[in-house]
Design a protein around this ligand. Structure first.
Ligand code: NAP
Length: 489
C-alpha cells in the first residue's frame, strides 16, 4: 500500500454527495449543514446537509408513496439492482475505503475489509430476493387448504452507528430492497459520507426514486421521533447502543412497530488450558484490536485458565505493543484513533478505575498527547472482579485478562453480564467446545476464531444485546410479513 496523498483524500471527499436524498432528488437540508470531522486530526473534513423534522417527514412521504409500486417490481429485478450495486462497490472499493478511513479513523486495510464485507450483503440479498416463498398445506381435517405467503413489511426506518459506517447500512438496506420494502435511512452524524456514497451507487445502479431516502441530521431524536410516531411507518431497524435502543423501543411501542435491535455487547473471550495458545493470541488480536476495539463484537474480557493466563497475557501484550499506531491512511498503521474525545475519555476512565482497584498494566494504559483521539493499546492483568470494564462495553483497544479455575467458573463469568451478543472460545477438546457453546448465553459463538461476521450467517444477539438477525437466510425475514389465506374447497 502506498501512502495516500492529500489530493487523493480531497478528491474522495469532494466526490461524496453532501445533500439529503429524498424521492430520487438530492436536496439541501432545511437546517443548514453539519460538520464531519477526521478523528485522526480533529479537523473538519466537510459539511453535509442537516435535516429538519419536515425534511425527515418528506423522506417518509417519499418512501410511503413509492411503496406499492416497488412491492410489485419483480424479485429478479430487485435482486439485479443489488447485484449491480455490489459490483459498483467492489470496483470502487479503494475510494470507499479511503472515505471511510477519513471519517471514522480505522486503518485503510480494515476499511477495505469492511467495504468487502458490506458489499457481500448486497450480493447475498440479491440472491435471496428470488427465494421468498410460501407454503401450501392440506388442513389437518382434510377440509380446506392453508396458503401462506410472504409480503414486504412496508416503509422502514433504518438507523445506523458510526463504527461500521458502510456495512451496518448494507446489512439493513440489502434485505429491505430484496424484500420489496421502501425506507428512510439515517446514518450516524459522525460518519455520513460512506452511506451517502452508498446511496449514490444505488441510484446509479437503477434503484427507483423513493425506495431509499437518506436523511443526515444533527438532532437525531428530534428528526426521528415524529417518524417513529407516524402510523404509516411499519418497521424500525436500529444498530447502536443498548441505551438508545431502549428509548426507541419505548417510542415504537405506540404503533407496535416491527423491530430489529442490534445493540451493545460485552463479549467474553475464553481460553481453556488445552487451547493452542499462539492461535488464541492471534484470535485475541482480531477480536480485540479490529476496528480499534470499537466493535459491538469486540472481546471485552479475557477469561483465561489459571495455568496459562500469564503466558497468554504476556504474549498478547508483546503482540499488541508491536502494533503501529497512527493515522489510518499511513502505511503499516494497524491502530487508528478513537472516534472522538468523549469516547477516549470514557476508555481512560475505565482503565483508571481498573488500575485503581489493583489491575496491572502490562502495556499501554494512556491516551496519547497531540492531535487526534489516540489511545495506546493496553493489556491489563490481575483485573479484579469489581472493575467497571468487566461489566461495561469498553469500545477501545483495552484487553483485561482474568484467570479462572474450571469450566463451570469460566461459563459463569462469561454469562455474568446483561449483554449476550457474541462469545469466543478457544479449546482443542471438541466435546468441551460444543458443551460450552451450548451453555453460553449469546446469539453467536466464535470457536477457535476471533471473528464471526459473515453475510451468509445470522448476526445478532440475545438479552440486552437485542433481537432480530442480520444476514443469512434469516436476514430477509425481518422485512417480510406472513399472510395466511384460508381456502374453502
Ligand atoms: P448510538 O449513540 O446508540 O447511536 C446509533 C445511531 O442512533 C446513530 O445514528 C445516532 O444518531 C442515532 N440516535 C441516537 N439517539 C437517537 C434518538 N434519540 N433517536 C433516534 N436516533 C438516535 O450508538 P453509537 O455510539 O453510534 O454506536 C456504538 C454502539 O453501537 C455500541 O454500543 C455498539 O455495541 C453498537 N453496535 C451494535 C452492533 C450490533 O450489530 N449489535 C453493531 C455495531 C454497533 P447520532 O449520530 O445523531 O448520534
Amino acid at each position: 500500500m502506498s501512502t495516500i496523498t492529500a489530493s487523493e483524500e480531497q478528491r474522495v471527499v469532494d466526490e461524496s454527495p453532501k445533500q439529503l436524498y429524498i424521492g430520487g432528488e438530492w436536496r439541501e437540508g432545511s437546517k443548514g449543514t453539519l460538520s464531519v470531522e477526521d478523528p485522526s486530526t480533529g479537523e473538519a473534513l466537510c459539511d453535509v446537509a442537516d435535516a429538519s423534522t419536515d425534511d425527515a417527514r418528506a423522506a417518509l412521504d417519499a418512501a410511503v408513496e413509492a411503496g406499492p409500486e416497488w412491492a410489485q417490481v419483480p424479485p429478479r429485478e430487485r435482486g439485479e439492482i443489488l447485484r449491480r450495486a455490489f459490483e459498483a462497490i467492489t470496483e470502487r472499493a479503494d475510494d470507499l475505503a479511503l472515505l471511510m478511513t477519513l471519517e471514522m479513523g480505522k486503518p485503510l486495510k480494515e476499511a477495505k475489509a469492511e467495504v468487502t464485507y458490506g458489499a457481500e450483503f448486497f450480493r447475498w440479498f440479491s440472491e435471496q430476493a428470488v427465494r421468498i416463498d410460501g407454503r401450501y398445506a392440506v388442513a389437518p381435517n382434510g377440509q380446506g387448504r392453508l396458503l401462506t405467503m410472504k409480503q414486504p413489511v412496508g416503509p422502514c426506518l433504518l438507523i445506523t452507528p458510526w463504527n461500521f459506517p458502510l456495512a451496518m447500512g448494507t446489512r439493513k438496506v440489502g434485505p429491505a430492497i430484496a424484500a420489496g420494502c421502501t425506507m428512510v435511512v439515517k446514518p450516524a452524524q459522525q460518519t455520513p459520507l460512506s452511506m451517502l456514497m452508498l446511496v449514490k451507487i444505488l441510484e446509479e445502479a437503477g434503484l427507483p426514486g423513493g425506495v431509499v431516502n437518506l436523511v443526515t441530521a444533527s438532532s437525531s431524536g428530534e428528526t426521528m421521533g415524529p417518524l417513529i410516531a407516524d402510523p404509516r411507518l411499519r418497521k424500525l431497524s436500529f444498530t447502536g447502543s443498548t441505551e438508545v435502543g431502549r428509548t426507541l423501543m419505548e417510542q415504537a411501542s405506540q404503533n407496535l412497530l416491527r423491530l430489529s435491535m442490534e445493540l451493545g455487547g460485552n463479549a467474553p473471550f475464553i481460553v481453556f488450558d488445552d487451547a493452542d495458545i499462539d492461535a488464541a493470541v492471534q484470535g485475541a488480536l482480531i477480536a480485540k484490536m479490529r476496528n480499534i476495539g470499537e466493535a459491538c463484537t469486540a472481546a471485552n474480557r479475557f477469561h483465561v485458565a489459571d495455568r496459562v493466563a500469564e503466558e497468554f497475557a504476556e504474549k498478547l501484550a508483546g503482540r499488541i505493543s508491536a502494533m503501529k499506531i497512527g493515522r489510518g491512511t499511513e502505511e503499516g498503521v494497524e491502530v487508528g484513533p478513537l472516534i472522538d474525545a468523549k469516547q477516549r475519555g470514557k476508555v481512560q476512565e475505565l482503565v483508571d478505575d481498573a488500575l485503581g482497584k489493583g489491575a496491572k498494566a502490562l502495556v499501554g494504559g494512556h491516551a496519547r498527547d497531540g492531535a487526534g483521539y489516540f489511545f495506546d493499546p493496553t493489556v491489563l492483568s490481575d483485573v479484579p472482579e469489581d472493575a467497571d470494564l468487566l461489566s461495561e462495553e469498553i469500545f477501545g483497544p483495552v484487553a483485561p485478562v482474568k484467570g479462572f479455575d474450571d469450566e463451570d467458573e469460566a461459563i459463569a463469568a462469561a454469562n455474568n453480564t446483561e449483554y449476550g451478543l457474541v462469545a469466543y472460545v478457544f479449546t482443542r477438546d471438541l466435546k468441551r467446545a460444543l458443551r460450552v457453546s451450548e451453555r453460553l448465553e449469546t446469539g453467536m459463538v466464535g470457536l477457535n476464531q476471533g471473528m464471526v461476521s459473515n453475510a451468509a450467517a445470522p448476526f445478532g444477539g440475545i438479552k440486552q444485546s437485542g433481537f432480530g438477525r442480520e444476514g443469512g437466510p434469516e436476514g430477509i425475514e425481518e422485512y417480510l410479513e406472513t399472510k395466511y389465506v384460508a381456502i374453502n374447497l
